[in-house]
Design a protein. Structure first.
Lengths: 669, 290
């Protein structure tokens, strides 16, 4: 006979304010199989756990039910307590009385009744539970870092410096990401490239880091500690081992009118190109979509002029298989472009630019060598209007969130302009100034007070062109809501930070979740901000949400430390919630008939065909399915498909599930 | 071909020429416009600022009458009327409770199966396919196509692709042999209903519209809303005072301009009804080359 203990938690007032916890404990005590029941203010606290441990010993409990928050929150905590008390941790189960009861219902008798019902189902399940034992799996101590921006670079260096192997995959021809495009960085105005490029070089030269640029992850399978990843090395059309990066090819390439991505479309590049002078690796690729040779079959100039004979038009994409133990997803972000704003001219006015374009104009390595000149006629603008919150915090535009970095970079932009042109006028239209961060508010105040940037609190309804000027129509909500009109030479939109266009497909490849804006979802918004819900896959940088450089670097280091923790032992334990095919005495061996329908439907390829042979003769007696516990993720698809119920999920067996339902129907089973 | 027609108050009064020219162009192209019998006021801005139910019931009554009359499509040339009728139809179709209440008010069944056409949709659907054979003249002038507020917005109702910079009228004008200009005040406010109470404001707002059109060399301004027309045409003396200069660009309804290219006489199109003489626009016209 089972001796089950029931422990009802008040969760401060989270549960007890809505549910009559004493009543629940009282009712639980009467349930069949329950030997002891109690309630307590904080079951998860140290004294709370001690009460569980003592009760197990005192009442000789064989299983326990904790009526508390979601099992996602504290199941592990209570199972550890159960283990300390001397029972198998899998004989401890959670009745979710917070997320499924107190948080979603008012305080009524029915709510308490529901809590009692839930406790009853779990009590009944525990009476059917059997001890389970964790599965040990080896750990591959190599990390994959996807994305070579500052997030990926930081994570890769941290992991590599801890002595582990790192494979970095970057989709563009060079690492560096958006940070390499920036001019100066707030709040110190130090040059972005000056602080970034040494780290880029360090990645390339680090003995523990293998770098694949112009490469993309094709698929990810396996599980924490043992991921199998396919990486597509896109055909560069340039043999990296021969190329010296001399640059003769791109100097001679005749296709010179391709918008330059690195310069945010403000200049042109050639079809064979290296994205920027400090690129790592500084070896070119051929952009086949824009190359005469690939499009028209004629040209071949780069091949003729290459002194190293490195050009290879026949090169094909190559897929490589790698094994890694953990993954850092650091795929970065994108921004909305000016064509997103009908009211600001549908992107048709040349002198209305986005923040990234301004970065390139202000950058010494940019198309104007750092002179701020407007794109239409190259004149130095006498008046620039900056619009913060362009698209962000705007429900009508479908972007409710704050893009976080714009307040700061707009202040920086205005400041950079004023530093270069003291006589010029800079205006900033803003909603609120959000400058929380070390030395951030001081930086904004400096723009306003020392650099004489005119801040106008209000929004801009319209921009139109007239006589070579941009007429900016807005409102100053602090000056009697007066309409304001400014004749500007250039307008900079601090456009919203958005997820990368391919974020959704990346998330699906990785099997990680994402929010409605396609930013990747962390496992817990507060307590697990760098992990995803898929064990072993971490997040770093703006692929999770809009983030500035310090936050990105912090998160990247946090992701790295999580992985170093994972790599600190040679094997790791996994929860034994896996499917098993039943076995019994010969001559039946198992009720499995070997139809192998389960093998077809298993999304993790965890089921294999097993031949049961006569030990002496080697004769095949039966064919059955077998689950590889290392690969099984416990999804239960095979259980649903099994025609004669020969597969069961440990910890969630058909009998256990049924016992919960039966308990709910109020019939002791 | 028969299409239903809802005039609203303006097209029977201050903007008679809008209606006149629409009928003239339709007739030329073999389209018969059938007026909804016993139609009532759309409620305009008065109804929806006083009583929400009334603002839905008034247009609903007209739409129910159109259903009774067997009309499957109606063209609503006035921008404000279109806005009200479309808003009412949408509100009723989206909410069963509103439907039940409204049917009680109007004491008629409402199925909402009448399709509402803006003047652009009407021209696109019925006039465009046959227009080329009737267009005999080339307008041969620079036109500033002016949309104001309600022709372009709200986007849900007007169904325009680019509400901040619409191109619907430009397409019509190009067909009629005019050169539409790119200008900045296409969708700015003309002052609308403040015409009576704050004529000074209307003069300021409409004045800016005229000024931009004039500076960019427009020979005529093309409109498709009675309110816009009245503010830009009728209020010219106040505008002159405001701008301290005389701008004599004529303001034509889109159907008038299109009618001119079809060789319909100025009189038939009601061009004699305007305050600003339209001779300047008419004098530009040349015969279309074969």
């Amino acid at each position: 006979m089972a001796r089950i203990g029931v422990f009802i938690c008040h969760c401060g007032e989270n549960i007890s304010a809505t549910v009559d916890v004493a009543k629940v404990a009282e009712e639980a005590a009467k349930m069949p199989g329950v030997a002891y029941a109690m309630d307590y203010k904080y079951m998860c606290s140290d004294p709370g756990q001690t009460k569980i441990i003592e009760a197990i010993k005192e009442h000789k409990l064989t299983g326990i039910v904790v009526g508390a928050c979601s099992p996602r929150m504290h199941e592990a905590t209570f199972r550890k307590a159960a283990e300390k008390g001397g029972i198998n941790p899998f004989l401890c189960e959670i009745a979710n009385l917070r997320e499924q009861v107190s948080w979603v219902h008012p305080r009524t008798e029915a709510t308490t009744r529901k809590a009692i019902d839930i406790v009853r189902t779990i009590v009944n399940k525990v009476s059917k539970d059997t001890p389970l034992f964790p599965i040990k799996v080896p750990v591959t101590k190599t990390a994959l870092v996807i994305g070579g921006g500052i997030a990926g670079i930081q994570a890769a260096l941290d992991i590599a410096n801890a002595g582990h192997q790192v494979i970095m995959v970057e989709k563009s021809p060079s690492i560096g990401g958006h940070m390499s495009q920036l001019s100066e960085t707030f709040p110190t105005l130090d040059c972005s490239q000056c602080i970034l490029t040494p780290r880029m070089v360090e990645v390339a030269q680090h003995p523990n880091i293998t770098l694949h640029t112009f490469a993309e992850v094709e698929s990810v399978s396996g599980f924490v500690g043992n991921f199998d990843v396919k990486v597509r090395l896109k055909a560069r059309s340039v043999d990296m081992s021969k190329c010296t990066g001399c640059g003769t090819c791109w100097q001679k390439c005749p296709s010179k009118k391709i918008p330059d991505e690195f310069n945010a479309g403000l200049s042109y590049r050639t079809a064979i190109y290296s994205p920027f002078p400090q690129a790592v690796p500084n070896k070119p690729v051929i952009d086949r979509a824009n190359c005469n040779y690939f499009q028209k079959g004629k040209c071949g100039i780069c091949k003729k002029v290459c002194p190293a004979g490195a050009i290879d038009y026949e090169m094909e994409d190559e897929i490589i298989d790698i094994k890694v133990g953990a993954i850092v997803t650091a795929t970065g972000f994108d921004i909305k472009h000016t064509d997103f704003f009908p009211e600001y001219g549908y992107g048709e006015f040349k002198d209305v630019i986005d923040g990234l374009q301004f970065e390139r104009l202000a950058s010494a390595s940019g198309p104007t060598s750092g002179e701020i000149r407007r794109p239409s006629d190259g004149k130095i603008p006498e008046k620039i209007v900056f619009l913060a919150c362009s698209g962000s915090r705007d429900k009508a535009k479908g972007i409710e969130y704050c893009s976080k970095i714009c307040c700061m970079y707009t202040a920086k932009h205005a400041m950079l302009y004023k530093h270069k042109h003291h006589e010029g006028n800079a205006y900033v239209f803003y909603m609120d100034i959000r400058s929380a961060g070390k030395n951030y508010d001081e930086f904004v105040r400096r723009a306003i007070e020392e650099d004489d940037v005119h801040y106008i609190r209000g929004r801009v309804s319209r921009i139109y062109e007239k006589d070579g000027k941009l007429i900016v129509k807005g409102v100053d909500t602090l000056m009697n809501a007066e309409p304001v009109e400014i004749e500007a030479d250039m307008v900079v939109l601090a456009t919203a930070v958005v997820a990368n266009p391919d974020a959704e497909s990346v998330a699906q490849k990785m099997h990680i979740s994402y929010d409605k804006h396609h930013f990747f979802a962390e496992a817990h918004p507060k307590l697990r901000p760098v992990e995803t819900n898929t064990a072993g896959i971490m997040l770093a940088g703006a692929c999770q949400t809009a983030k500035d450089i310090p936050d990105t670097v912090s998160q990247a280091s946090a992701a790295a430390s999580k992985i170093m923790g994972l790599f600190s032992s040679d094997e790791m334990t996994r929860e034994p919630v896996v499917a098993v095919v039943n076995r019994c005495m010969p001559p039946l061996f198992t009720t499995c008939t070997g139809c192998l329908l389960c093998l077809e439907v298993c999304p993790y390829h965890a089921i294999e065909r097993e031949e049961i042979k006569d030990r002496r003769t080697g004769e095949i007696l039966k064919v059955a399915a077998k689950v590889n516990a290392g690969l099984c993720q416990g999804c239960g698809t095979c259980v649903a498909f099994c025609r004669n119920k020969s597969i069961d999920l440990q910890g969630f067996s058909n009998q256990q599930m049924l016992s919960e339902v039966v308990a709910l129907l109020n019939k002791p089973f | 071909m028969k299409v239903g027609f809802y005039p609203g108050c303006s097209l029977e009064g201050s903007s008679k020429e809008y209606s006149k020219s629409l009928f003239a162009v339709s007739e030329k192209c073999g389209i018969t416009l059938e007026e909804i019998k016993d139609w009532s006021c759309c409620g305009a801005s008065a109804a929806h600022s006083l009583n929400h139910d009334l603002s839905i019931a008034l247009p609903a009554r007209t739409l129910a009458l159109a259903e009774k009359q067997g009309l499957s499509e109606i063209v609503i040339p006035c921008a404000a009327c279109y806005g009200r009728l479309a808003a009412s139809q949408q509100a009723i179709l989206n909410d069963k409770a509103i439907l039940e209440k409204t049917e009680k008010y109007i004491d008629m069944a409402f199925t909402g199966n009448v399709q509402l056409l803006t003047v652009f949709e009407f021209l696109q659907k019925y006039i465009f396919p046959v227009a080329d054979q009737y267009i005999v003249d080339k307008l041969n002038q620079k036109t500033a196509c002016y949309y104001g507020c309600l022709l372009a917005r709200p986007k849900d109702l007007t169904k325009l692709e680019r509400p901040e910079n619409p191109m619907e009228m430009e397409k019509v004008m190009e067909k009629a042999g005019a050169t539409p200009i790119d200008w900045a005040f296409k969708t700015e406010c003309c002052g609308a209903g403040f015409s009576m109470s704050r004529t000074d404001l209307v003069a300021k707002l409409s004045g800016r519209i005229l000024e931009d059109a004039a500076e960019r060399g427009a020979d005529s301004i093309i409109v498709a809303c009675p309110m816009c027309h009245s503010n830009l045409d009728l209020r010219r003396p106040e505008i002159k005072k405001q701008l301290k200069k005389d701008i004599n660009i004529p303001v034509l309804f889109i159907t008038q301009a299109l009618g001119l290219s079809m060789g319909i006489s100025a009189k038939e199109l009601g061009l004699d009804k305007h305050f600003v003489p339209t001779g300047k626009a008419v004098s530009c016209i040349v015969k279309k080359e074969a």
